[in-house]
Design a protein around this ligand. Structure first.
Ligand code: HEM
Length: 534
C-alpha cells in the first residue's frame, strides 16, 4: 500500500464510531435523554420493569466479559506493516514474499503464557509473538514465541503442560510465577522440556521490553514455489532495538510498581513515534537435506544452529499504530498457525499438527460461535465468498438462494463460490507408513542442544541461569522433585548441576544409562528417555 493508506486501517475505519459528542442512543438507535436515573414509580418509589433504557444498559454490562485465552491471556497489541527487502520467489509463491513494493498490513500481539488477563507483564515466562499478515491472498498468521524451541514435542501433551504451568486447581496459586511444585514436577519427569526450560531460566525469560525480544516461528514449515518445489523454512524476528533482558531483582521491583510495564512501554513508544522494528529472517533447508542434521527437523524442541544454516534477512516489520480499542482489536483477534496462504505449507511436526486443530476449536467458545472471522480485526482484505452460511453472530448478508456445490442455478449469483484455478493446494508429500501411536527415536536427544545453549552464554549469563534454577527450585517443597531436576541438569552441564545442587544441599546423580526409549507413562525415573544421538 502507498503511504498513509494502510488497507487494513481503512477497513477498520468503516466500523468505528465517532467519539465527538454525538447524541446518546440505545442500541436500536433511539435517542436517550437520561441514562443516569432509573425510571421510578414515584419520586421515592420502586424501579419499573418497563425501563428499557436501564435494562439495556445493565444487560450489556452484565455480558461485557468473554472468556480469556486458555493460555497467553495477558497480551498487548499494535498495528503496523511488513515490507520485503528482496524477492523470495525462488522459494515461495506467496505474493507478499515476492514483491518488494508491497507493504503488507500486520497486527501483532505479544503475550505472557501463564498468567491471567490482569497478571503482571514481567514474570519469568515464555512470551508469545503472534503476527497476523493481512495479505492480498488472505490472512497469514505466524504464531510464534520469543524462544526458538517449545517445551514439548507432541501436542497430545499440551493439556498436561498447561495444567502443570497454570495456577494449581485447589487454590488458584501461583498467578504468574515459574516457582511452583506442579511445574517442576512435570519438567523433572519430562526431559524433552529441558531445552525450553534452560532458555526460560536465562535472561530471555524476562525481556526488558516487548520491543527488545526476538521472535521465532519454532516449527519447521515449508515454502512452496510456482513449480511446486518444497524447501523447509524456519522463521526468525530480529529486533532492531537489540535484544535485552531484565535482571531478576530489577524485574521483581518493577513488577511490584507497575504490572503494566511492558504494555505501557510499547504503547508509549508508538505514541511518541519511536516505532519498533523487527527484521524477518529465514533459515532455508532444501528438501533433499531433510536428514542431514544430528537432530530431526520435525522436532520443535530443536533449533537449527545459525552456524549450520545462516539466517537470511528478507524484510522488515514496523509497528506504527496503537489500537483504538483494546477489546475490539487486541482481545478479539484470533491467531491460528493454520492460517496460511499459497506458497507456505506445514510439515509433520506433531506439535504443529495438533495446533492446527486447537486454535479454531478454542476460539469457537472464546469468541462465541463460527463467525468470528467476521469480527473487524479478523477480516481478511480479500472478500470472503463461500457456501458456509448462518450461525451465531452472522454479520455478512449473503444474497441469492444457492449455498451448495455443485449446482445449476447460480448463474451470476455473487454468493456462489466456484472452484477455480489459482487457489491453495496442499504440498503433495508422499505418505506410506504404518498407523502407530508413537514418538520417533530421532526426537530422543534431549540434552545436546541445552548444553549447546548453556555453553554459548557468557560467564555472567551462566550465573543468571544458575541463580534462576537455584531460586526457582528453592521454592519447590518436595525434595524428590528438586533432586530429579538437579540430576537432569547434570546431563546439561556439570558445573550448572553442582552450583544448583550446592544451593539446594543436593548432590547430582547420573541418570541410569543407557536409558530406555519408552515414553515415561508412570513418571518413574527409570523411564527417562535421554537417548543421545550417536
Ligand atoms: C495461544 C504460541 C503451542 C494452543 C497462543 C498464542 C501464541 C501461541 C503466541 C497467543 C496468540 C494471541 O496472541 O492471541 C504457541 C507456540 C507454540 C504453541 C509458538 C509451539 C511452537 C501450542 C499447542 C497448543 C496450543 C501445542 C495446543 C495443541 C493454544 C491455544 C491458544 C494459544 C488454545 C489460545 C488461542 C486463543 O484463545 O485465541 N499460542 N503455541 N499452542 N495456543 Fe499456542
Amino acid at each position: 500500500f502507498a503511504n498513509g493508506a494502510n488497507p487494513k486501517i481503512e477497513q477498520l475505519g468503516k466500523y468505528k464510531n465517532s467519539d465527538h459528542g454525538e447524541f446518546m442512543t440505545t442500541n436500536h438507535g433511539v435517542k436517550v435523554n437520561d441514562d443516569q436515573n432509573s425510571l421510578l414509580g414515584g419520586e421515592r418509589g420502586p424501579s419499573l420493569l418497563e425501563d428499557f433504557i436501564f435494562r439495556e444498559k445493565m444487560t450489556h454490562f452484565d455480558h461485557e466479559r468473554i472468556p480469556e485465552r486458555i493460555v497467553h491471556a495477558r497480551g498487548s497489541g499494535a498495528h503496523g506493516y511488513f515490507q520485503l527487502y528482496k524477492s523470495m520467489a525462488k522459494y515461495t509463491k506467496a505474493k507478499f514474499l515476492n514483491d518488494t513494493s508491497i507493504k503488507t498490513p500486520v497486527f501483532v500481539r505479544f503475550s505472557t503464557v501463564q498468567g491471567s488477563r490482569g497478571s503482571t507483564d514481567i514474570p519469568r515466562d515464555v512470551r508469545g509473538f503472534a503476527v497476523k499478515f493481512y495479505t492480498q491472498e488472505g490472512n497469514y498468521d505466524l504464531v510464534g514465541n520469543n524462544m526458538p524451541v517449545f517445551f514439548i514435542q507432541d501436542a497430545m501433551k499440551f493439556p498436561d503442560l498447561v495444567h502443570a504451568v497454570k495456577p494449581e486447581p485447589h487454590n488458584e496459586i501461583p498467578q504468574a510465577a515459574s516457582a511452583h511444585d506442579t511445574f517442576w514436577d512435570f519438567v523433572s519427569l519430562m526431559p524433552e522440556t529441558m531445552h525450553n526450560v534452560i532458555w526460560k531460566m536465562s535472561d530471555r525469560g524476562i525481556p526488558r521490553t516487548l520491543r527488545s525480544m526476538e521472535g521465532f516461528g519454532i516449527h519447521t514449515f515449508r515454502f512452496i514455489n510456482e513449480e511446486g518445489q518444497s524447501h523447509f523454512v524456519k522463521f526468525h524476528w530480529k529486533p532492531l532495538q537489540g535484544v535485552l533482558g531484565l535482571a531478576w531483582d530489577e524485574a521483581q521491583r518493577l513488577a511490584g510498581k507497575d504490572t503494566d510495564f511492558h504494555r505501557r512501554d510499547l504503547w508509549e513508544a508508538i505514541d511518541k513515534g519511536m516505532y519498533p522494528e523487527w527484521e524477518l529472517g529465514v533459515q532455508i533447508v532444501p528438501q533433499e537435506d531433510e536428514h542431514k542434521f544430528p537432530f530431526d527437523l520435525l522436532d520443535p524442541t530443536k533449533l537449527i544452529p545459525e552456524e549450520m544454516v545462516p539466517v537470511e534477512i528478507i524484510g522488515k516489520m514496523t509497528l506504527n499504530k496503537n489500537p483504538d480499542n483494546f477489546f475490539a482489536e487486541t482481545e478479539q483477534i484470533a491467531f491460528h498457525p493454520g492460517h496460511i496462504v499459497p506458497g507456505i505449507d506445514f510439515t509433520n511436526d506433531p506439535l504443529l499438527q495438533g495446533r492446527l486443530f486447537s486454535y479454531t476449536d478454542t476460539q469457537l467458545s472464546r469468541l462465541g460461535g463460527p463467525n468470528f472471522h467476521e469480527i473487524p480485526i479478523n477480516r481478511s482484505i480479500p472478500d470472503v465468498t463461500n457456501n458456509q452460511r448462518d450461525g451465531i453472530h452472522r454479520m455478512q448478508i449473503p444474497k441469492g438462494k444457492v449455498s451448495y456445490h455443485p449446482n445449476s442455478m447460480a448463474q451470476g449469483c455473487p454468493f456462489q463460490a466456484m472452484m477455480k484455478e489459482g487457489g491453495f493446494t496442499s504440498f503433495e508429500e508422499r505418505i506410506d507408513s504404518r498407523k502407530i501411536r508413537s514418538r520417533s527415536r530421532s526426537f530422543f536427544d534431549h540434552f545436546s542442544q541445552p548444553t549447546l545453549f548453556y555453553n554459548s552464554l557468557t560467564d555472567h549469563e551462566k550465573r543468571h541461569v544458575q541463580n534462576a534454577f537455584s531460586f526457582e527450585l528453592g521454592k519447590v517443597k518436595l525434595v524428590p522433585i528438586r533432586q530429579r531436576m538437579v540430576n537432569m541438569l547434570l546431563e546439561v552441564d556439570i558445573e550448572l548441576a553442582n552450583k544448583v545442587g550446592d544451593h539446594l544441599g543436593l548432590v547430582p546423580e547420573r541418570l541410569p544409562q543407557p536409558i530406555t526409549d519408552s515414553i515415561p507413562a508412570d513418571g518413574k525415573l527409570e523411564d527417562y528417555h535421554s537417548f543421545k544421538a550417536e
